[in-house]
Design a protein around this ligand. Structure first.
Ligand SMILES: NC(=O)c1ccc[n+]([C@@H]2O[C@H](COP(=O)([O-])OP(=O)(O)OC[C@H]3O[C@@H](n4cnc5c(N)ncnc54)[C@H](OP(=O)(O)O)[C@@H]3O)[C@@H](O)[C@H]2O)c1
Length: 443
């Protein structure tokens, strides 16, 4: 999280505050699969039109085809508006709700190596947004800044591409950058192209926004930092959440035995469907007892983002040589629902998880156990460009597009910049399932 959340630290000031707009209701999505299956029908329909035209006269087909090609090109290159709206913090404060205001600005031009993106969906990384809004930890510099941009991840359509990038107008991309905005300038290197926007439905943008950080974190942490192996036993906490549900599937794809924690039976059902071998409803069952009784040999690997008691229980059951991937500590984040009242510390180290996490520490503990607070550490050990199985982002998106990895998006709809704070609070409520997203505008 520390690296990925740092996007947009230098949000540029913008000229005027606008009234919130009334945002049209969200037409809930037709699935990507439905869209994909309907594509051949559409092609057949277009082919039929061309055939009918050809029967009339050879000249008319040439004219008609020319018009169709021109229309297709127009559809593939979306219009660029002259101005756009974005959500900024005027100054650091209590929460996203307290600091966020909508501002309007003139559409900027992408420079060398940049693209201008029409943002379709923003992913909600509630912890990160809250620290950013409060100007705390890695965002301490925000205390002295006014009008800084909010949002850290999203998916959208390239409208313009600067020189020195392979991206084209009309490309659908998932990106790291300030996504609570209708338009955004993003480094092309922070974008992952997942197709042509004209071939996609809104749901694909939601799923790819989820993949870009939440999915990638799980893949890099487990495969590169954790070096997960077939037959290993892994504990995953907040397993039905934005990053957790990817971790469960990636662990299963690697042949591991998965113990998954969550708080409700509804989430447990989803986890069983995703392949979890043992689901522990940690508010009803004692996790430590379950681990002692059913997994006495201990844990090879832990993917842990809750902190507090779950962090300590996991660590206590880590086997010799085991690795704990401490992806976060949400139960101690400001604004987290049901905030953990226990001290944010590790009994082993006497230090707060927050300090270790934001400091990107690695704890080497007796018994050759390791706790990674920078779960991206493994990228350093591999050649970034070619770790086994291909580049991490390519491997992740290939798993998704081939249907082997599902991106689950919480069905609760949030639409427009005005609902960003609602979406963040929902994500921090402890009740969401899969990835929470905010639809910024229609495709
Ligand atoms: N290091 C990175 O790059 C990186 C990237 C993405 C996410 N993360 C971290 O991974 C963790 C999960 O993030 P996420 O975005 O995927 O969120 P999420 O799992 O979708 O949502 C949080 C979940 O945590 C559980 N939880 C337990 N105690 C909680 C509390 N007091 N308040 C709120 N939720 C609580 C809840 O599920 P149950 O109680 O039902 O299990 C809740 O649904 C966070 O710590 C986050 O910071 C890190």
């Amino acid at each position: 999280m520390p690296q990925l959340c740092l996007s947009g630290l230098a949000g540029a000031p913008s000229p005027k505050v606008t009234q919130p707009l009334v945002v049209a209701g969200r037409a809930r999505h037709q699935s990507l699969w439905q869209r994909r299956h309907s594509a051949p029908l559409l092609s057949a329909f277009s082919a039929g039109l061309i055939f009918a035209a050809a029967v009339r006269s050879p000249c008319s087909i040439v004219r008609r085809q020319g018009r169709m090609a021109a229309m297709a090109a127009m559809a593939a290159t979306p219009e660029v508006p002259e101005s756009f709206r974005r959500l900024v913090a005027e100054r650091a404060g209590e929460s996203v709700r307290a600091v966020a205001v909508v501002r309007e600005g003139t559409t900027p031009e992408p420079e060398d190596g940049q693209v201008l993106i029409k943002v379709i969906t923003a992913g909600i990384n509630g912890g990160c947004e809250t620290f950013r809004a409060r100007g705390e930890r890695a965002f301490a510099g925000m205390q002295n800044v006014s009008d800084y941009a909010l949002g850290s991840e999203g998916a959208g359509v390239v409208l313009r591409a600067g020189t020195g990038t392979d991206l084209q107008p009309g490309d659908a991309v998932a990106f790291v950058g300030n996504a609570f905005a209708e338009l955004n300038i993003v480094k092309a290197s922070s974008c992952h192209r997942f197709g042509r926007a004209s071939d996609m439905q809104a749901q694909a943008f939601r799923e790819c926004a989820a993949l870009r950080i939440s999915g990638l974190t799980a893949l890099v942490a487990l495969e590169l930092t954790g070096e997960i192996k077939q037959g290993q036993t892994i504990l995953i906490t907040a397993a039905a959440g934005g990053t957790g549900h990817f971790a469960v599937q990636i662990a299963k794809l690697n042949g591991a035995r998965v113990i998954a924690t969550c708080s409700t039976e509804e989430k447990a059902k989803l986890l069983r469907e995703l392949g979890a071998d043992r689901v522990v409803l940690y508010k009803q069952e004692d996790l430590s007892e379950v681990l002692s009784k059913e997994f006495p040999e201990g844990l090879d690997l832990v993917y842990e983002g809750v902190g507090g008691k779950l962090h300590e229980t996991a660590l206590a059951h880590l086997k010799e040589g085991g690795r704990q991937l401490q992806v976060g500590y949400i139960s101690h984040y400001p604004q987290a629902a049901g905030k953990d009242s226990s001290p944010d510390s590790s009994t082993d180290q006497g230090k707060t998880l927050g300090d270790a996490f934001w400091g990107g520490k690695t704890w080497e503990l007796p018994g050759n156990k390791t706790v990674y607070f920078n779960v991206w550490e493994g990228l350093k050990r591999q050649t970034l460009s070619e770790p086994p199985g291909g580049k991490p982002l390519e491997r992740l998106f290939n798993l998704w597009s081939s249907g082997r990895l599902k991106a689950m998006v919480d069905p609760k709809a949030f639409v427009g910049l005005e609902q960003a704070a609602d979406a963040v609070e929902f994500m921090m409520s402890g009740t969401s399932t899969g990835k929470v997203v905010l639809d910024i505008q229609a495709l």
